[in-house]
Design a protein around this ligand. Sequence first.
Ligand code: FES
Length: 160
Amino acid sequence: MAHLSEAAVKQITEICDRYADEKTPLMMILSDIQREYGYIPLEVQELVSDKTGIPVAEIYGVVTFYSFFSLQPKGKYVIGCCLGTACYVKGAQQVIDKFSEILGIKAGETTADGLFTIDALRCIGACGIAPAVSINGKVYPKVSVNAVSGIVDEYKAKEN
Ligand code: FES
């Protein structure tokens, strides 16, 4: 665990201990780690494997299968662009492309200043207001390409 700080090891161990009595604790453990630690890199997966006896390969499989889990630290503001069918037919691809152009990153990447991550999502259950974008839980309805720079500026302004 060379790369993990003592505090991180303690935090991950506590999360694993929470579900020590569960028969199938992996999803619960990984969900808590994602929420509380922010991401699930390989060193964390190895620690979870040590604590639970679940093979790293199985943990890695789960972490990479679900887009909710992340191997990389995410930005302060996670821009979730829905690319589900309803959003797609209303121009969601152009919307996510505009976020990429303005921020200089692709979907799944984080800006160098750590402020923004772009995530491509499947349906987020807001098809009636497609195309929908969700930023840290706040949902933006019927987002047009022209609205994208204003949305980015809204978050940049919070940093000034
Ligand atoms: S397809 Fe985008 S919210 Fe359903």
